[in-house]
Design a protein around this ligand. Structure first.
Ligand SMILES: C[S@@+](CC[C@H](N)C(=O)[O-])C[C@H]1O[C@@H](n2cnc3c(N)ncnc32)[C@H](O)[C@@H]1O
Length: 291
């Protein structure tokens, strides 16, 4: 195991033994410390996400101009909300997160960098605790499951679904089906690979599929929970709720690639042997659902 991954696993185990609130605080501080490095990189990579969003929504004739967008999982910075507002011309973006990670100081830096890079004027509301513009509303410590969604035209999430329990994904989509306007869309960008492989280059992106449910449960903590759902399992959830899948794309590594070789070397747990290689390896899933 790489040193980085060993440290991260050890750190999350340590956080788990702290009382909930302290665990969250230490997690927040350390993430903050390690995520300071590259605002430009974050802006560029979110711009790429926005381009993907534009490509897949354009194909379906979906417009966010003058519309209300809801983001599930705000994370650390309002990057996708800024692209939705300033490039997509959304009327309003409401972003919800179970935690409170936004910080005024970081958003001020983002405002400067974003307005410089894209020549847009960001008029932050004077009394905004986070230096956010009027059109972007941040709801920290808020579960999307508890929100009213009746005014929303499009729901968006990036790198969120893979961290939710399957039952939560079901309840969330049942709620979307009941509360969103007919014809509203839900766009999910899902990263179903083993995130430990980003820190340990020796690991396959499917490494976690060699463990039983119980073994995997023991390996992870609430800070790095990953549901290991495979593509057909996501599709089954949406199909069972009669949500229309209007777009689906995903990446599968080339047969001659190093990724594939690492995957083939794995001894898969029987829970996963009924899937095809493509179903097991499907990564970077982009999906659009219509209510
Ligand atoms: C891995 S982060 C991704 C953040 C951001 N979307 C990004 O792309 O960087 C997932 C976020 O989703 C949030 N989240 C998970 N379940 C949620 C829920 N039910 N309601 C609101 N936010 C949720 C988590 O608190 C976490 O901040």
């Amino acid at each position: 195991m790489s040193l980085k991954l060993t440290f991260k696993s050890f750190f999350f185990r340590f956080l788990e033994i702290l009382p909930n609130k302290q665990g969250e605080q230490v997690y927040h501080k350390v993430q903050e410390l390690f995520s300071k490095e590259n605002l430009d990189f974050k802006i560029r990579s979110s711009h790429n996400t926005f381009r993907t969003f534009q490509d897949i929504t354009r194909e379906q004739g979906i417009e966010i101009k003058d519309r209300v967008v809801i983001e599930i999982g705000s994370g650390w910075l309002p990057l996708m909300p800024y692209f939705f507002r300033y490039m997509g011309k959304a009327e309003k973006v409401e972003t919800f997160d179970l935690n409170r990670h936004y910080q005024r100081e970081n958003i001020e830096k983002l405002n400067e960098a974003f307005s410089g890079e894209y020549e847009v004027e960001i008029n932050k509301v004077k009394e905004s605790a986070y230096s956010l513009p009027e059109a972007i509303k941040y709801y920290p410590n808020s579960n999307i499951l508890d929100q009213k969604l009746t005014n929303c035209d499009l729901v968006f999430s990036r790198f969120v679904l893979e961290h939710l329990r399957p039952e939560t994904i079901k309840s969330m989509h049942l709620k979307f089906k009941k509360e969103l306007k007919p014809g509203a869309h839900i766009v999910h960008l899902i990263s179903p690979g083993d995130h430990r492989a980003y820190l340990d280059k020796e690991l396959s992106l499917q490494d976690f599929l060699k463990y039983s449910r119980r073994e995997w449960q023991k390996k992870q903590t609430r800070f790095d929970y990953h549901n290991r759902l495979r593509l057909p399992e996501y599709l089954e959830i949406f199909n069972n709720l009669d949500l229309k899948i209007v777009h689906l794309t995903y990446e599968v590594p080339d047969r001659n690639s190093e990724y594939y070789r690492k995957f083939e070397a794995l001894n898969l747990h029987p829970d996963f042997t009924d899937f095809t290689d493509e179903e097991l390896m499907a990564g970077a899933i982009n999906i659009i659902l219509k209510v």
